[in-house]
Write a protein that binds this ligand. Structure first.
Ligand SMILES: [Zn+2]
Length: 281
């Protein structure tokens, strides 16, 4: 695993005399500088310490840091946390000013909904999507706000069934305009809950005073850990974490997949996912 440091600066105000750009050029570090001066450096790169020290002296803002795993690390992981690279629109209706006429009320039983943190929704109906929600090419997609729910093509669903992946069910999706079931997409609903809490460094812990839900926002550069002794009992291919995450009214769970699913994604060229290994210790 490598940590990647990403700098994103205002070209004019942060580097008016090209000092940073010249410094990068001399060390053959690639950057782009159209409006923003953007470059990345891995903690395994030559000059890494020099560059970080140089940038710390120049700037107050910290770089964004993320973990980058090798193909081998990903392929060998027993379980992985996944999220999408690209989302396609919003659950419908997406105007949430009037909750009664929003996707919340269309799709969920809101009896135990907490208006402070967003927890407590129970799905009671299909998701409604716009006709423009098109995942024929990517085959595995999602919409903003409901980051622990995915939509897949029926062709992919049939392959999932053939593989006998567990911890999931498939729910029809409806078109917002016609209210009819869409015939080429289904919702992939994950039902299994990971038996132990995950451990990671948090950038924020939100404790809802109204319903006592705790949401943990993971630091981008933190690895995820789980206790080793539960490995023998893990028999599902898909899990949602016990933990909730998301700022404001977003309340999602982390999504975990088995090594078998990850290999399936690689073999079937499902490219719309990011994945990071869970480390069992
Ligand atoms: Zn709450």
């Amino acid at each position: 695993m490598n940590k990647i440091y990403r700098y994103c600066l205002d070209t004019k105000s942060d580097d008016p005399k090209c000092i940073i750009r010249n410094y990068l050029q001399e060390r053959k570090i690639k950057y782009s500088d159209k409006y923003l001066l953007v470059f990345e450096i891995s903690d395994s790169a030559p000059y890494f310490n020099d560059v970080i020290n140089f940038m710390n002296a120049k700037l107050k803002d910290e770089p964004q840091i993320r973990c980058e795993y090798s193909k081998k690390e990903l392929a060998e992981a027993k379980y992985l946390d996944i999220w999408l690279k690209k989302y396609s629109g919003y659950p419908q209706p997406d105007d949430v000013d009037d909750i009664k006429d929003s996707y919340l009320n269309y799709t969920f039983d809101m009896t135990n909904y907490c208006t402070e943190c967003g927890n407590g929704l129970v799905q009671k109906d299909s998701f409604y999507l716009k006709k423009s929600f098109n995942i024929e090419k990517i085959r595995f997609g999602g919409v903003y706000w409901i980051y622990d729910t995915f939509f897949i093509t029926t062709e992919l669903r049939d392959l999932f069934i053939k593989e006998k992946f567990t911890g999931i069910e498939f729910i029809p999706v409806k078109n917002i305009k016609t209210k009819q079931i869409v015939d080429n997409i289904v919702q992939l609903k994950i039902n299994a809950i990971f038996p132990e809490k995950l451990k990671f460094d948090t950038k924020e812990v939100i404790n809802c005073k109204s319903c006592n839900t705790i949401k943990k926002l993971k630091k981008n550069d933190s690895e995820i850990f789980a206790p080793k002794d539960i490995l023998k009992d893990l028999d599902k291919d898909f899990y949602l974490s016990k933990e909730f995450t998301g700022g404001g009214l977003l309340c999602c769970q982390y999504v975990l997949i088995s090594n078998r699913v990850y290999k399936f994604f690689v073999d079937n060229k499902i490219k719309n996912i990011n994945a990071e290994p869970i480390k069992f210790i």
